[in-house]
Design a binder for this molecule. Structure first.
Ligand code: AHR
Length: 516
């Protein structure tokens, strides 16, 4: 027995350095070149469920504190995230939205049916002026999607004229009459949304022609085309090859959209956002990681037709999609948000950071009360979700120089399937500060990891922050103390230009360091 125990101890201790070696993150500071566009940290707000009404917008007469109907507590919370861009009014809703219904005296705006989301009444009280005021309050850039499926080219270009033009015209006079003298500065305009599906069931060839027609008349600085279904590479090929034939293509196409949702099971039974097994945790991680290979396939096609990187890939819808919370309207897409969502957010943002040469914007779906939200509300109450805290930790990457990374880690496996246990991205900001964001996708095992920074001689100062929780499905609930929030993290040691770190299971860690 004594010998047996000795053997066990010997094996444990002699194996430790080998185990530690199994998780290595290598950062190539010396190979940094691409800027992580701040717009990768963008958001999306659709007229869907309680996203706008009873979300961002409660109306001027609400007892909930507001500025012209826009909830003050939501604005204050979101300002912590430095949101760089907000997409509106949809989504599918964009393709039924008639912008002229949403301007002028509120009591004269028409009631319409929101056919896409729950068949509810849309009273148009939140329209162009209200959205642009929201953006001003958030200090964020607006991104407006125009209707190309049930609207005309004239509707589209007049909306742009109404918002951005300084020239005297019937349309700009109308804007002034409605209380806005100066035009707004709106750079980003979407030319349709999911035009393969809810945006008109078009094929790629037909859409590309429609895009060319609308975009030619839309006098806007940055125009974003609809992409195909996430795995429809032929759509990307058709769009890219045909747009390249337009002599001034650089003036009419600046981005192509990409949508990818993380589904734990399948579209029929997506599963609960809070009541799930480890296998569903695993598939959420697995399916989010899969997005990178798919993005690289689209990027390879874009590189083929646009080697100068003129047209950006704009991931303007992404995030988790579960079954709605029991008892809520199925058309409202209201779901809770747990530690699992925090990990999905971390993986997604790492992927976008690491592919920032071509990906210039991403907009998580959706900001308030819909899908993978930052904020959930119930009456006057509000919670910040685990996803909120990931965006808060990651905002330091905005406009920083991306540092290429490699991971060699133990796999996390379930049944036959396996994925790397770690996801990472890193950047160096304009002050030379290095930020590393790393997530441990394994919900059970901590990971001893070495981070080796090539191109750095030594580390001068290091600080850590962590987001984790006791359980996979921990979430922040109304009226209760927050179960998931970021805190200080110190479980590391510096070895010249390397860091040895013990990354707790199911956690997201931010390391901030200075060095030579
Ligand atoms: O985000 C919800 C919906 O998902 C959007 O309206 C649509 O574009 C996508 O299918």
């Amino acid at each position: 027995m004594k010998h047996f125990l000795k053997l066990i101890f010997f094996l444990l201790f002699s194996l430790q350095p080998i185990l530690a070696q199994q998780n290595i993150i290598t950062l190539h500071l010396d190979k940094s070149k691409d800027t992580i566009s701040k717009h990768i940290y963008g958001h999306f707000a659709e007229h869907l469920g309680r996203g706008i009404y009873d979300g961002f917008y409660v109306g001027k007469d609400s007892e909930i504190p507001n500025i012209n109907g826009i909830r003050t507590d939501i604005v204050e919370a979101l300002k912590e995230l430095d949101i760089p861009v907000l997409r509106w009014p949809g989504g599918c809703f964009a393709e039924q939205y008639q912008w002229k219904d949403g301007i002028g005296p509120v009591d004269q705006r028409p009631l319409v049916v929101n056919t896409f989301w729950g068949g509810v009444t849309e009273d148009n009280s939140f329209g162009t002026h209200e959205f642009l005021e929201l953006c001003e309050l958030l200090d964020t850039e607006p991104y407006i999607a125009v209707n190309i499926a049930s609207g005309t080219v004239k509707d589209a270009y007049q909306w742009i004229e109404y918002v951005t033009s300084n020239t005297d015209s019937e349309i700009t006079r109308l804007r002034k009459k409605n209380g806005r003298e100066q035009p707004w500065d709106v750079k980003f305009w979407g030319i349709g949304n999911e035009n393969w599906g809810c945006g008109g069931s078009m094929d790629a060839d037909y859409y590309t022609d429609v895009f060319k027609r609308f975009s030619t008349y839309c006098n806007a600085e940055y125009k974003i085309a609809s992409g195909g279904v996430f795995d429809d590479l032929e759509w990307t090929r058709t769009f890219m090859s045909e747009i390249k034939e337009v002599p001034n293509f650089i003036d009419i196409a600046h981005g192509m959209s990409y949508h990818y949702y993380t589904i734990a099971n399948n579209w029929e039974v997506k599963g609960s956002s809070t009541d799930f097994e480890e296998s569903e945790w695993f598939s959420s991680m697995y399916n989010t990681l899969k997005m990178e290979a798919n993005l690289k396939d689209h990027i390879a096609i874009m590189d083929e037709y646009d080697p100068d990187n003129n047209i950006a890939l704009i991931a303007d819808e992404w995030g988790t999609w579960y079954d709605v919370e029991p008892g809520t309207n199925p058309g409202f897409l209201y779901q809770q948000n747990t530690m699992r969502d925090a990990l999905v957010a971390a993986i997604g943002l790492n992927i976008f950071n690491n592919n920032s040469r071509r990906i210039k914007m991403a907009n998580i779906a959706q900001t308030v009360n819909v899908l993978q939200a930052m904020i959930l509300t119930k009456g006057s109450q509000m919670v910040k979700t685990p996803t909120f805290y990931v965006f808060k930790m990651y905002k330091i990457h905005q406009d920083a120089i991306q540092i290429p990374s490699e991971i060699s880690s133990l796999n996390y496996s379930i049944n036959e399937d396996e994925i790397p246990s770690l996801s990472v991205s890193a950047s160096r900001d304009k002050n030379g500060v290095i930020h590393i964001t790393v997530a441990n996708l394994n919900p059970k095992d901590d990971l001893e990891t070495m981070i080796d920074i090539k191109g750095l001689l030594d580390i001068k100062g290091l600080e850590g922050e962590i987001l984790t929780a006791k359980t996979m499905n921990a979430y922040n609930d109304f009226g209760k103390a927050e179960k998931v929030q970021a805190s200080e993290f110190k479980n590391y040691e510096i070895k010249e230009a390397a860091i040895n770190i013990n990354i707790p299971s199911k956690s997201v860690v931010l390391l901030t360091l200075n060095g030579n």
